[in-house]
Design a protein around this ligand. Structure first.
Ligand code: TEU
Length: 574
């Protein structure tokens, strides 16, 4: 195989693959499943676009970029929280579910966002954070007034142990005990996240009905659905110290579906750390009447350290990574539906984690996009991923703002870990890596703000930015555009079967999709070194050939073919 030209047929994916792909596309249009052909884009509002120069992104800023998102081709936006919030956890601590944080705008701005996005064929999916509220929510303020408050039972209270210590050993995800003593009423309240994020008591039917009413209120305003924050925690059984996947989880989700989602043409995606494929089918199978799909994190957590968790850099083992994707693709082939993602606002930048954010930044970003987007499921692009943005590269703890990073810094330093070691971990995995402002152009403020950004802009913005990348026909944005369009147009991409090829190859990620006699073979060098399929590729069918869906060129791949660093082919046959 010769040197692969990276030049693509600009905007002509269909021209390259269309003859085979388009006829099947026409057969596909089951009502209510629009999200199976759509690609999602996550907006982290504080860091997307600041329209008023206060250094924080806002809703008018998002509206001003709808043209950009339409051009990318996405079908819906997952909007991280914009509700009223004291911002202890950047909006995942909500003080009023039916109002907008003035930092981000007004309810009128929100209505305008929904309407203008809709007119461009883009749905707005709200972040539903109902495992907990802010401690400034009126429910919690009332609940802590007295043990007899009508809202007391909206939260989870327990008496101290006889020695005054917390009721049990449950730990907060952000470090330390999950219990904080409310001095005034003499009981502890549960918070699986920060102490300013008290957990709601889902076993209280009045609370559940209040949540469902609130969901209906947003759906009636025209939102396209919900991303459900840590939804697998709501069925918890605290007294048995069961938090995730508790006994009441699925009954509550079915109840929620019945009360709010049923009969509406919306999309729902639940965040479910630790979910197994079996769980995913339970959540997302049509006959379950629960959710459209979930986010599962097996490919993320597999590469966390046993002792220090995410705060200890650990290399990716490609064979293990492939096995995980394969497991999920195969398990949900006939029932349920996968989400597909490399990153989000809690995770490092895709190109820094799985690719090369130095010399091969563009090539590896394009490779990662291709490998992910040609699998079966609904892909989620995290803002900036489509232009190959990289980790923040912070050198000092003072540069971080994230509550999780700052808490664990304190805890691990107190436990004797060195500053350098912690900072190395944070540079790899802190949530702030993904939260630095969107890099729109090379001017001061990166086109994100005219003021002082709430979190430092990545120093590489003069080189890495949307304006520059989009001017490059071989840029990252162009590849995302092509992939997003392919999903819309190709039934093979949406529905085809999945088969992992060469599972033991340590450097190539290869798989095959198949539908009605058409085959799409994806072959990607996941490393910085040239590689070949090699004789070790047991089960190799003599050769693989086809037309590359991006370049339109015909390729024949044999055991001897060389793949350049991060090179990817997507070959269509016949
Ligand atoms: O995240 C859930 C969660 O478990 C995270 O704490 C996760 O374990 C960690 O960030 C991985 O590094 C959701 C939201 O996505 C996150 O932003 C919120 O902070 C959290 O819930 C609480 O609402």
């Amino acid at each position: 195989m010769g040197n692969i030209s990276r030049r693509s047929f600009v905007g002509s994916v269909a021209a390259a693959g269309g003859a085979c792909l388009l006829p099947q596309a026409m057969a596909f249009a089951p009502a209510g499943k629009w999200w199976r052909s759509a690609t999602a884009y996550q907006v982290y509002p504080a860091s997307f676009c600041d329209s008023n120069g206060d250094g924080v992104g806002d809703i008018p800023g998002i509206i001003s970029k709808l043209g950009y998102l339409q051009d990318l081709g996405i079908g819906f936006i997952w909007l991280s929280p914009v509700y009223a919030s004291p911002m202890v956890d950047n909006g995942y601590d909500i003080s009023d579910y039916q109002d907008i944080n003035p930092l981000f705008g007004t309810l009128a701005d929100m209505d305008r966002l929904v309407a203008e996005a809709k007119s461009r064929g883009i749905g707005i999916v709200m972040d539903l954070v109902v495992n907990h509220t802010s401690d400034e929510h009126r429910w919690f303020k009332a609940a802590r007034q007295s043990r007899d408050s009508e809202f007391r039972d909206y939260y989870i209270w327990r008496d101290p142990k006889p020695d005054g210590s917390p009721p049990n050993g449950l730990q907060s995800a952000f470090g330390g005990s999950a219990w904080t003593l409310d001095e005034h009423t003499g009981q502890f309240y549960l918070h699986l996240f920060a102490s300013a994020q008290p957990d709601l008591n889902w076993s209280n039917p009045a609370l559940r009905q209040a949540v469902y009413r609130m969901m209906g209120w947003w759906l009636d305003r025209g939102v396209a659905g919900f991303r459900m924050d840590v939804i697998n925690l709501v069925g918890k059984d605290i007294d048995r110290e069961v938090t995730a996947d508790g006994p009441m989880l699925h009954p509550y989700l079915r109840e929620m579906h019945e009360a709010t989602l049923k009969g509406r043409d919306c999309v729902t995606v639940g965040e479910a750390w630790g979910a197994t494929p079996r769980d995913a089918i339970q959540y997302s199978a049509e006959e379950s009447h629960e959710l459209s799909m979930i986010f599962q994190f097996e490919h993320v957590q597999k590469f966390w350290d046993e002792k220090f968790g995410k705060w200890q850099p650990k290399p990716i083992d490609l064979v293990a990574l492939k096995a995980i994707f394969n497991k999920w693709q195969v398990a949900l082939a006939d029932s349920g539906w996968n989400s597909l993602f490399w990153g989000n606002h809690d995770l490092p930048r895709a190109v820094s984690r799985y690719g090369d954010d130095g010399e091969h930044r563009v090539g590896s970003a394009r490779m990662l996009a291709t490998v992910l987007h040609l699998m079966k499921g609904t892909p989620y692009v995290y803002q900036g991923e489509e232009i190959g943005m990289t980790n923040a590269g912070f050198r000092h703890i003072e540069q971080y703002r994230d509550v999780e990073t700052l808490n664990f810094h304190k805890l691990q330093r107190a436990a004797g870990r060195s500053e350098e070691e912690f900072l190395a971990g944070a540079r790899a995995n802190s949530r702030d890596n993904a939260r630095t402002p969107m890099q729109w152009n090379a001017r001061p403020g990166a086109g994100f703000t005219t003021g002082k950004p709430w979190l430092g802009i990545n120093g590489n913005f003069t080189k890495v930015n949307a304006e520059g990348d989009r001017a490059d026909p071989d840029g990252v944005f162009r590849r995302y555009q092509q992939l997003i369009r392919l999903r819309r147009e190709s039934a093979l991409v949406r529905e085809g079967s999945f088969k992992l090829l060469y599972p033991d190859h340590p450097e190539l990620f290869a798989y095959q999709r198949e539908l009605a006699g058409a085959k799409l073979t994806v072959l990607a060098n996941f490393t910085v070194r040239p590689t070949r399929l090699g004789v070790a590729s047991a089960g190799m069918v003599e050769s693989i050939s086809g037309r590359d869906v991006f370049s339109g060129k015909h390729h024949v791949v044999t055991a001897e073919s060389t793949f350049h660093p991060y090179q990817v082919l997507a070959l269509l046959e016949p």
